[in-house]
Design a protein. Sequence first.
Length: 146
Amino acid sequence: MKRALAIFVATGLLLVPAISAMAAGPVSFEFKSATLLAKGVGVLVEFDAVCEPVDGTTDAMVDWGSAQIDQRAGKTIIHGWGSSFGFMPITCDGSTATPITVLVRADTMPFKQGSALVSAELCIYDLDNYHSYRCGQDQAALRIRR
């Protein structure tokens, strides 16, 4: 049984244009935006996920995903984390992009507009065999926007 984690990291509660390209691996990501919410209490992180076939089948489910944001504010690092559990269907054919959204809540102090490091992690499994797990993780610098 293979296990892996997918970590989603957001950098503030603002819309941020993607700065990273798809990473190679069983699950890859293209970060789209980071949108500031509720005066910095959270950031909505949006990205596309692409996965390779799982045990020869393209029909799979998203089991778990997460995102994390780290942003510098003077000499302090603002940190936040969020997860998405969802059993959402996903096509794993190596090319179909599935949109994923994760709400990241600030742990230390409010996020602000500007650059941040966003990390994401996503795990999927074959619909016929729950133990056939595939996971991927990636990170990118994004700009948090309102």
